[in-house]
Design a protein around this ligand. Structure first.
Ligand code: HEC
Ligand code: HEC
Length: 451
């Protein structure tokens, strides 16, 4: 019943955060109230020249790449080792990925990051640039496909069920997945290898997040928890291959990318093995002879700068989701603030060009406890630390992706499960959630599903 009211009155109630009428016009050009599959696919207002770049970027983001050499000049260079042949395969409708298919097999959108985390203090010059030491034979990510060379391996998953109770004695069930490589084609992994699963993130509001000043992000840092609220928050400081210096990270689960261009170049390299100006070498380790000797694309880079920038332009010029506002979601929002969710999922920011946005994230790293730890260190991020995932668009995840899979490895199937996995700095907020009466839990979830 609640839902019907919310949707029926949606057109009137999508008022967002701008009250003045004059601003509402430009607001409509940046935000969308769409809750359909296309929710993350609307362009902001663009002039003709910009539309051309947008369409070029969209095409390189969406169309499948092929292996080199090929008659398709614009889109060869895939592989030899790769995880998927298009960006959109892992980011359906620009949304987040789904971890498992109907037969409970692991989807391509779930990748395994491989590292030697114990090498943290050994190879300093490499770490200064890469943030971690890749596994020596397989590199930084397990490639599940190969073109003209053996793929690296497959991915298997086992689930463990964890049962618990809310304070009002309502039972709940969580599932903890363990992802492991299978059929390894290049021998065993290093005995110290750490395997960190990562589910494709939704590509939401990226242009607006890019337009935040570093100062706005750093203002919420509290590395030593000097206000003693149990929540610290630290920005990741990472190497930017584009700027050749250390900068504040704001994208990806551990805030390991400074810009959308940076993350797109990283994806081109790690997910599709497309050489590009930021990652000029092929995605092969020295142990992979065939991969190194495979035919190369005909140009200096599989993805030249102009095309890489077009992809980033496309992703940064998509409308951001506007939250539903109605009496139910207003109550849910109050609960969100009362139990301290907003200490990390910060509601409002203002971009450098004066746009008020509501991403529900501080873009800082937080210790989320051992329950969520992935064993992987990356620049300043420790194994327990993750960037607060922005929550805008959360209610549109199910329809854009086909299912709601949340948290870095997709283990949560519902908003409630995602909250119940919170620990570490978020332990008290989680406990406050579990202590809420059922009606208040429902209101909170309704609010989140309206984002
Ligand atoms: C094989 C699956 C896969 C493919 C293909 C893929 N991605 Fe991703 N994408 C991911 C995963 C996994 C993450 C999270 C990475 C992390 O946090 O370390 C991600 C994260 C991102 C992010 C960061 C979003 C945020 O909110 O911080 C961007 C931007 C992105 N991908 C763009 C692209 C582009 C552009 C392409 C194509 C060139 C692409 N991706 C191809 C799986 C994929
Ligand atoms: C200490 C900081 C912190 C607090 C407090 C906090 N969160 Fe989070 N939240 C995070 C981080 C970090 C992640 C990403 C964890 C991961 O992916 O493993 C996250 C992830 C989520 C997700 C999953 C998003 C996605 O797309 O995967 C939801 C939903 C969420 N939080 C809701 C809440 C709610 C509701 C509360 C209040 C009960 C809350 N959080 C309190 C830091 C926090």
């Amino acid at each position: 019943m609640m839902k019907i009211i919310a949707f029926a009155s949606a057109a009137l109630l999508f008022t967002g955060c701008f009250e003045k009428k004059s601003e509402a016009v430009s607001h409509a050009e940046l935000f969308t109230s769409d809750f359909s599959k296309r929710a993350f696919s609307h362009a902001v207002k663009l002039d003709h020249a910009e539309q051309d770049i947008f369409m070029l970027g969209k095409s390189f983001f969406s169309k499948p790449w092929v292996e080199a050499p090929s008659v398709t000049t614009a889109r060869d260079g895939l592989g030899p080792l790769f995880s998927a042949n298009s960006c959109i395969h892992c980011h359906p409708h620009n949304g987040g990925g789904v971890a498992l298919n109907e037969a409970l097999g692991v989807e391509r959108a779930l990748v395994l990051r491989l590292s030697l985390s114990h090498m943290k203090n050994i190879n300093n010059s490499l770490l200064a640039r890469e943030g971690f030491t890749p596994e020596p034979t397989y590199g930084a990510q397990l490639s599940i496909s190969g073109a003209g060379t053996a793929y690296e391996g497959g991915v298997e998953v086992h689930h463990r069920t964890i049962k618990g109770f809310y304070d009002d004695a309502t039972p709940y069930e969580l599932t903890l997945p363990t992802y492991t490589p299978s059929n390894l084609q290049y021998g065993a992994l290093d005995s110290h290898a750490n395997i960190a699963p990562r589910l494709a993130l939704p590509l939401v509001g990226l242009g607006l997040l890019e337009r935040l000043g570093d100062e706005a992000i750093l203002a919420n840092e509290d590395i030593n928890d000097s206000d003693r609220d149990g929540i610290s928050g630290k920005a990741n400081r990472i190497y930017s291959p584009e700027h050749n210096k250390t900068m504040i990270g704001r994208f990806a689960y551990k805030a390991t990318a400074v810009s959308v261009k940076h993350q797109s170049a990283d994806a081109a390299h790690n997910d599709m093995s497309l050489t590009n100006p930021l990652y000029p070498s092929e995605n092969c380790t020295t142990a992979q002879k065939e991969c190194n000797e495979a035919p190369k694309g005909r140009y200096a880079f599989d993805l030249p700068n102009e095309r890489l920038e077009a992809i980033a332009f496309y992703l940064t010029h998509l409308k951001a989701p506007l939250a539903q506002i109605n009496p139910t979601t207003k109550e849910g929002r109050d609960i969100f603030n009362q139990i301290g969710c907003n200490k990390c999922h910060i509601e409002e920011f203002t971009t450098l060009d004066g746009v008020k946005i509501r991403p529900y994230s501080d873009l800082l790293l937080h210790d989320m406890g051992v329950g969520l730890s992935d064993g992987h260190s990356d620049f300043l991020a420790t194994p327990n630390e993750f960037r607060t995932t922005p929550l805008w668009g959360l209610g549109r995840r199910e329809v854009t992706s086909g299912a709601m899979n949340l948290l870095h490895d997709g283990r949560a199937r519902t908003v409630e499960e995602a909250i119940l996995w919170h620990g570490g700095e978020a332990q008290s907020a989680k406990e406050a959630f579990a202590a809420l009466p059922k009606i208040k839990r429902t209101l909170l979830v309704e609010f989140l599903r309206g984002l």
